[in-house]
Design a protein around this ligand. Structure first.
Ligand code: MN
Length: 303
């Protein structure tokens, strides 16, 4: 099943080119009061929501999916986890390009040494919200990545059992300012984590290890690879992450980006696609107030 979110907290099921509004399926969610749980309620109750959605589908209002600006399919993840340098050819471009590695040798080590990092939850948007460039005078790159969503609490999970902990898959864009700061800082401005267009439930993707992924900017292909080239695949990432912290339903893991990262700027249109998931279009704009923060020289260069 393909679940999307849109409008004012509405839930949809996408079938082909049609979006059916099944928001009433969220009525099965328990009522929460403070302190709120550490998980995303929709994902934690996905089986119950799915059962109710199936009952609603036949009579659900339908609209063309392409006409609806979509939000992140997960609204309240407990954490956004991301894998750095997890494709060999991307590691090689990081090592060889000073604009990408910012002269920092710590950015050129393998994922086995680097581990994982976290992105701020406040950076999360859906494709319909677009990317707002916060530092127009800094190199800002697209990184297309397979992303997956944890379905049940996971602690010290072996890679053999890992896939059974996954609720579904989605396309991720890990938008990145190049520079010397910690990854968690320069990859966390508002809108720098894009998930969409929808969540494809795990039953539809039995093997996440052979999916083509690509991204185009303004119609020109920039990245193209396959998840078979991941250094740590999806099961290994669940094993590694759950050996350091508990994973909760709704936690998201960005699996890392292949080679071909390149700059984006306001006015660009990003189209990211992954086999068996689909494709999402994301507009790039200037963040409110960002132009005012430019240095005089950079502002002059842009006009
Ligand atoms: Mn990345």
């Amino acid at each position: 099943m393909r679940f999307c979110r849109f409008g004012d907290g509405r839930l949809g099921v996408v079938e082909g080119t049609t979006l059916r509004d099944v928001t009433a399926a969220l009525d099965v969610l328990p009522a929460y009061r403070y302190p709120l749980p550490s998980h995303d309620p929709f994902i934690a109750n996905l089986a119950q929501v799915t059962a109710r959605a199936k009952l609603l589908l036949a009579s659900a209002p339908a609209v063309p999916a392409a006409s609806v600006p979509l939000l992140s399919p997960v609204a309240n993840p407990g954490k956004l986890i991301a894998a750095p340098v997890n494709y060999q050819k991307h590691l090689e471009e990081v090592k060889s390009d000073k604009e990408i590695n910012a002269g920092n040798p710590a950015h050129s080590i393998t994922i086995h040494s680097a581990g994982l990092f976290l992105k701020a939850n406040s950076s999360l948007v859906g494709p319909g919200e677009g990317v707002a460039v916060r530092k127009p005078d800094r190199r800002t790159d697209h990184e297309v990545e397979l992303a997956f969503v944890i379905g049940r609490e996971a602690r010290n999970v072996s890679k053999r059992d890992a896939l059974s902990y996954i609720a579904g898959y989605t396309i991720g864009l890990d938008i990145t300012i190049r520079g010397s700061e910690d990854r968690s800082f320069r990859k966390s401005p508002d809108s720098y984590s894009v998930l969409g267009p929808w969540l494809v439930t795990a039953d539809e993707i039995p093997d996440p290890g052979g999916l083509d992924l690509q991204v185009a900017v303004n119609g020109t292909q920039r990245q193209k690879s396959n998840t078979r080239y991941l250094i740590l695949g999806v099961p290994e990432l669940v094993e590694l992450a759950s050996s350091f912290y508990t994973l909760y339903p709704g936690d998201v893991i960005f699996t890392g980006t292949p080679e071909g990262v390149s700059p984006i700027q306001p006015g660009d249109e990003i189209v990211a696609s992954i086999d068996r998931i689909g494709s999402m279009t994301v507009a790039v704009r200037t963040a409110e107030g960002a132009d005012a923060a430019l240095t005089g020289a950079a502002a002059t260069a842009r006009t």
